[in-house]
Design a protein around this ligand. Structure first.
Ligand code: NAI
Length: 330
């Protein structure tokens, strides 16, 4: 059976080909993202395997169905880029990898927080220039700071454990408070209170139609002056222009983003020899108190191994038996 992979990078090929020794599927790797420009290239592949920035809107899904595609396999956890209603309408199943090392994302979240706060990226460059001065490198203790975690699923819980290890006080908000989290001594708060009380806010909820621009001018106004915000979830949870305004007004003291509203035009590409036309990201990257990483929070050996294992297992199960013990969205 043939599987078409989109948005493929060398590391995807490496991990999937290794895992495919168990299955013997015919894997076709396309570097381009899946969209109207390429969808007609699909010939006799029954499965398409896509990643975070492949846009599977109604138009694309309709053509996939005409081409005989039976399954959309997301090799990621988020699925906001797939029109699930259209997939249902055209009878295409959708599966994802709901958990592939939540620790990878949680650890990167803490890495971003530590980098921004203790300025190790600046210290690294300074020392290489034989500049051993400390001016401008002042940070703050995480110990006894209040960290507000929005979304206490797998990644949120893993991050809470790390934050507790630093001696921080953690409060949380989730649509569905979790008993495991409560047992860790974490207090659930209303969003309003979390915004008002937190020194640091970390986003770990999915992007849904209900929380688009969760961080916007109104919610930023409720936060402490100098608040630190880390987003390793999805770009559209933050209104970037409002965040820039808040950075200028010193409302946001530190901002770490691994995801960005317009990331599909930028992330996962080497644009080092081109002129980037997105002036918003250029502005953000110019701020000394902003750290941008390019959707790399998941990027560990353990996570890539799990992604390839779970994706091929789901595909094999669904194509051969029609069901799987792994999560299917449709
Ligand atoms: P999960 O499904 O285990 O947990 C999500 C939690 O968010 C659930 O407890 C849910 O009740 C809660 N939630 C849903 N809507 C909410 C809302 N409006 N407000 C507050 N809480 C809400 O998901 P998991 O595995 O923890 O992943 C979270 C997100 O992290 C994913 O949806 C994805 O967007 C992002 N992610 C980012 C990666 C990266 O490399 N930067 C990699 C993997 C996931």
């Amino acid at each position: 059976m043939k599987i078409a992979f989109f948005s493929t990078k060398p590391y995807d090929k490496l991990f999937f080909e290794l895992e495919n020794e168990l299955y013997g599927f015919h894997l076709n790797f396309y570097e381009t993202h899946l969209g109207p420009h390429i969808v007609n290239a699909i010939e006799d592949e029954k499965v398409v395997c896509v990643f975070v920035n492949d846009k599977l809107n109604r138009q694309v899904i309709e053509v996939l169905a005409q081409k005989g595609v039976q399954l959309i396999a997301l090799r990621c956890a988020g699925f906001n880029n797939v029109d699930l209603l259209a997939a249902k309408e055209f009878g295409i199943q959708v599966c994802r990898v709901p958990a592939y090392s939540p620790e990878a994302v949680a650890e990167h979240t803490m890495a971003m927080l530590l980098t921004l706060n203790r300025k190790t990226h600046k210290a690294y460059n300074r020392v290489r220039e034989q500049n051993f001065a400390l001016n401008g490198l002042l940070g703050f203790n995480l110990h006894q700071k209040k960290i507000g975690v929005i979304g206490t699923g797998k990644i949120g819980r893993a991050f809470i454990k790390i934050a507790l290890g630093f001696g921080a006080e953690v409060i949380a908000y989730d649509l569905y408070p979790d008993s495991q989290v409560k047992e860790m001594g974490i207090r659930y708060e209303s969003l309003e209170n979390l915004f008002g009380e937190s020194d640091i806010i970390s986003l770990h909820c999915p992007l849904t139609p209900y929380n688009h621009y969760l961080i916007n001018k109104n919610t930023l106004d409720k936060m402490k002056d100098g608040v630190t915000i880390i987003n390793t979830s999805r770009g559209n949870l933050i209104n970037t222009n409002d965040a820039i305004r808040a950075l200028k007004e010193r409302k946001i003291g530190l901002l770490g983003i691994d995801v960005y509203e317009q990331e599909e035009k930028l992330f996962f590409k080497d644009l080092s020899t081109t002129i980037i036309e997105d002036e918003t990201i250029q502005l953000l990257m110019s701020y000394p108190n902003v750290l941008v990483t390019a959707h790399q929070a998941f990027f560990t050996k353990e996570a890539l191994t799990e992604i390839s294992q779970r994706t091929l297992k789901s595909i094999s199960d669904l194509v051969n038996t029609g069901s799987t013990d792994l999560e299917v969205l449709l």
